[in-house]
Ligand binder design. Structure first.
Ligand SMILES: Cc1cc2nc3c(=O)[nH]c(=O)nc-3n(C[C@H](O)[C@H](O)[C@H](O)COP(=O)(O)O)c2cc1C
Length: 178
């Protein structure tokens, strides 16, 4: 099948996740196109049988570029099978309030864009201290401390569960209608 993977990223972890998805689907025999939504450009979604969209949460919101991409392509997105990968640090833990927040962010995104993905998965992201500017570095150190996470502020810490993500992809692909 022809599958589009469109992603928004701020610090790079969602790009890594999107590339992992592309490799996995390509290895399974699918034709995959990977698109960073901030690169813009016209893409004809009708060429695809299914689409994965991925974005990360920053201060309670996904990338504006992802929102614009979904809004622009809404009629075509609603006609094909879609999987939304929501990347965050809240998904790395089991705090009930954090998980309620994750559900709200997806609901808000759906309400703003009008898009109801066929399937939504919450994916744990990463601390990327090697890419943060001064403000973000200290903000993320404070968040790590408040969550009692042990981090090295000079290196990245990844929480993404690649085995789980592979299983999600395989399961989603098995459910696609040719
Ligand atoms: C400034 C900033 C704000 C963030 N806000 C949230 C948030 O509100 N909720 C959350 O669960 N994670 C939050 N995160 C964590 C990111 O979602 C996580 O680091 C993710 O892996 C980022 O993906 P990206 O590298 O593709 O941008 C935040 C990260 C940064 C740097």
């Amino acid at each position: 099948m022809k599958i589009l993977i469109a992603y928004g990223t701020t610090d790079g972890q969602t790009r890594k996740i999107a590339r992992f998805c592309a490799d996995r689907l390509t290895d399974s025999g699918h034709a995959v196109e990977l698109l960073n939504v901030s690169d813009g450009g016209d893409i004809d979604i009708e060429r695809f049988d299914a689409a994965i969209l991925a974005g990360s949460i920053h201060l309670g919101e996904y990338q504006k570029s992802l929102e614009a991409f979904v809004t622009t392509n809404l009629p075509k997105l609603t006609q094909c099978d879609t999987l939304f990968l929501s990347v965050s640090l809240s998904a790395a833990g089991d705090d009930a309030d954090d998980w309620a927040g994750l559900k709200k962010y997806v609901d808000d995104f759906s309400r703003t864009t009008g898009w109801a993905p066929s399937r939504v998965e919450q994916i744990a992201g990463a601390f990327r201290f090697t890419t943060y500017d001064f403000f973000r570095h200290w903000a993320m150190r404070w968040i790590a401390m408040s969550k009692k996470e042990t981090i090295d502020p000079h290196s990245d810490k990844e929480y993404t569960d690649w085995v789980r993500l592979a299983a999600i992809l395989d399961d989603w692909c098995n459910g696609l209608t040719p």
